[in-house]
Design a protein around this ligand. Structure first.
Ligand code: 13P
Length: 254
């Protein structure tokens, strides 16, 4: 049984005050719904809001996610934040290898791999992002791009490690563009990812790994995406910034 995850990636948005305001509204809404018995609800705020969020949510089922980490535990790495620091602040998940980090901050499959290992070492669940650009899709390269990202990102991980990892398929052309993959396009790649995982780690292990879809998910398209057999939740950017839209997606998933 794969418990679906509905996750909001806030990217570089919201001050600490705005984060807490949003969470108060979300907590009230969730109390009136049975959503948290069916899904894991996850929010990825800015680093500086994580600790305050953890205090506010100490009795809440809503889980905290970081948007990145650095792979060393501590040392002379100005500006970076490590897995033990995130653990201490209250993060249970961490997004790794988001396409924006690959595009703007030189993230590679090899740095992604080190970051996934660092997260797992501290029992933080990595949400490992993969996805092709439009040019790659149009050139018929989806399978080879995803295979390269998966193999590189999961290098030297045991099957047990991989079952603790969440994969997010985020086609780059669908992120922040309003262009969502159709449910058929998304399901096709999710199935492909599961088959690749099965080939490398065995079907039983592949069957427990959650694969989220991300890319312009909103209340009007979430239901059909989330009803696909290999789509185990969503990683939501823009539509996770407003409580009513985020709750709309959670309700559609119910
Ligand atoms: P949007 O939902 O804004 O397209 O962003 C998706 C995303 O990048 C989530 O990580």
């Amino acid at each position: 049984m794969r418990i679906p995850i509905i996750a909001g990636n806030w990217k570089m948005n919201k001050t600490i005050g705005e984060t807490l305001d949003f969470l108060k509204i979300l907590s009230q809404e969730l109390q009136q719904s049975s959503a948290t018995t069916k899904f894991e609800i996850v929010i990825a705020p800015s680093f500086i809001a994580i600790n305050k969020m953890a205090e506010l949510l100490k009795d809440s089922p809503v889980k905290i996610c970081a948007q990145d980490l650095f792979w060393e535990d501590a040392g002379a790495f100005t500006g970076e934040i490590s897995a033990p620091m995130l653990k201490d602040a209250g993060a249970k998940y961490v997004i790794i290898g988001h396409s924006e980090r690959r595009q703007f901050f030189n993230e590679t499959d090899s740095t992604v791999n080190k970051k996934i290992k660092a997260a797992l070492k501290y029992n933080i669940v990595p949400i490992f992002c993969v996805g092709e650009t439009l040019a790659e899709r149009e050139a018929g390269k989806i399978e080879s791009i995803i295979a390269t990202q998966l193999t590189g990102g999961l290098m030297d991980l045991t099957a047990n490690d991989v079952t603790k990892t969440v994969i997010a398929y985020e086609p780059v052309w669908a992120i922040g563009t309003g262009k969502t993959a159709t449910k058929e396009q998304a399901e096709e790649v999710h199935l492909m990812i599961r088959q690749m995982l099965a080939k490398q780690f065995g079907q039983t292990n592949a069957d427990v790994i959650r694969i989220l879809y991300g890319g312009s998910v909103k209340p009007s398209n979430s239901k059909e995406l989330l009803s696909q057999p290999n789509i185990d939740g969503a990683l939501i950017g823009g539509a996770s910034l407003k409580p009513e839209d985020f709750m709309g997606i959670i309700k559609s998933a119910m």
